[in-house]
Structure formats: structure tokens, C-alpha cells
Design a binder for this molecule. Sequence first.
Ligand code: 3HC
Length: 293
Amino acid sequence: SASATRSSLAHASGIAAVTIVGSGIMGAGIAQVSAHHGKDVRLVDLSEENLARGKAAIEGSLKRVLKKEADVDAAVADVMARITFTSSMEEALKGSDLLVEAVYEDPETKRQIFGVAQQYADDECIFATNTSSLSVNSICNGVRPERFGGLHFFNPVPMLKLVEVIKTDETSDATADALREFAAEVGKEPIVCKDTPGFVVNRLLVPYLQSAVDMMERGDASKEDIDKAMKLGAGMPMGPFELLDVIGLDTAALIINSWVRTHGDTFNATPAIDKLVSDGKFGRKNGEGFYKY
Ligand code: 3HC
């Protein structure tokens, strides 16, 4: 049925086929909204196990998004039919107009992926990274720099409307325009920003989250009361500790510690988060972070 697909299948961006590398929370979410809006999606990960986990996450989320459809299972199947799951970069990049890399925040891994992609992708294919904390330019590393940019989605991808389009000094206007257009086509609201640490959202959000942890550590208030305060007094949908557990404390620690290394004048460490991570408490994804799930 066409009803599950919200867009008119227009591809003014020039992007009809999109390859997403990494089937974790972000990659699966990007694949989901792209397929939901009529794109031909190829989701790549190393193992069958990772791909199966990504597939299950997409199906579960689509069931929630499409719960008002007359035939939910058919609507979900209609979207799923537009996603190819593969461990072959060569297969995934055949005829692809856009590559979105969404693997964990390790610059060397990301650079390797774009190096491999460069062998298989068409010359016109735009390369984008969903990094939330690393320099887009350092990930690009000279690989088709005019056609390279950041395309940063937010977690949970199906719910949050924003996409940050990050322009490096070398990203062409045509590339940035195509990325903006693509974001709109998959139901999002794009903004454009420069390649600075944290871009817009995380540059403002992460110090706020760190301040909340510091406040608790000082004993000024409990985490429960801080969460309650920010929800009821500042209209936040989640309190800072609830949100840290959603982001994942491992991810938060990676982001913070990389900024402490590269921009130590601007960002401080948060030892309480590092401690939880070393205790194996990553947040919602593995059952315990600041809270138990
Ligand atoms: N998939 C599909 N539908 C979903 C969903 C998901 N993952 N999450 C929520 N929904 C929909 C469902 O329809 C759900 O109803 P259901 O439970 O009957 O299926 C409905 O939304 C309501 O959801 P909830 O009752 O769970 O809760 P909320 O109304 O609070 O919405 C939220 C959840 C959208 C996550 C909201 O709490 C929120 O916006 N929280 C803040 C998230 C945030 O700030 N994220 C940014 C993190 S920073 C980041 O991503 C950057 C990175 O680089 C670090």
C-alpha cells in the first residue's frame, strides 16, 4: 500500500538511493525514516547479527509510528521492503546517490569506511557522516571534499525533527543544498552550520548535561529532583539524567573525553560518567545507567 509512505516519492535532492553504514541506534533510525519516505535504502553492517538487531529495531519502531494504519503489519512490510540489509559495501553502493556513515565515534574507523566507499561509489555520490562530536573535515581527510559533509540526526531519529547539515570549508553549496533537500524529503527540518565541536545542539546540550551531573556530585540536589526540575520548570521532555541514559553513557563519555583532549579550554571532564561506564552501566541500552530499567 502507498499509505505507509508519507512523501510523494519526489527526489528533488537528486537522492533516491541511500546507503547507510552502521545498523546501531542511529543508523537504523536513519534507514527507517529514509525508507518510510520512499527512498531505496541499503543498510550495511559487518555481521548478520548486527544487521538482524538493526532490522528488529526498525520493525519495532515502525510498528509504533504506523500504529494508526488499518493494517499495521502490511504498512510495516511496505516500508521494510525498501530496505536491503547487507554486509557488502560494493553491493550497497551500486547506484547509490548518498552514503551516510553512522558507526561509533572512532575517527580512524570512519576514515577507513570512506576509504573503502571511495573504491565502489559513483563519482556523483555524496558522502556524509552522522558524527556528533568529531570534526567532519578530519573524517573527510581529502576524500571527495566538495561532495562531503555532515548530516547529523538526533535520537530517537523517528521522533526528533532536526537534522544538522554541516558544511566544512570545502563542502560545495550544491552538496549542502542536496543534503538539506534530502533531510526535508525524509520528514526532517534541516539547519546548516559550520564544522565546530558539537555543531549547534551538542555544543549547547552537553555542557548542560555535564552541569547537571556536577550539581548532583556536589550534593546540591538529587538526580530525581534535578530531572523533575528541568521537566516541570523548563519544559524539557526529559530530565538531564534520563536523557543521558537515552544517549548512552558510553557515547556521552566518548564525546566528552574527545573534546577534553581536543578542546580542553572549552570542555571539562565528567568523572561520574566515566565511573558508570567503567562499571559497565551504559544507560537504557543495557539496563542500567543513572537509573535502572
Ligand atoms: N520510535 C517510534 N515511535 C516512538 C519512539 C521511537 N523510538 N519513541 C517514541 N515514539 C512515539 C510513539 O508513538 C509513542 O507512543 P507509544 O509508546 O504508544 O508507541 C509516543 O511517541 C510517546 O512516546 P513516550 O511515551 O515514550 O514518551 P515521550 O512522549 O516523552 O516521547 C521522546 C519520547 C520523543 C524520546 C521525548 O521524550 C524526547 O524528545 N526526549 C528528548 C530526546 C532528546 O533530547 N534527544 C536528543 C539527544 S542528543 C542527540 O541525539 C545527539 C547525539 O549526537 C548525542
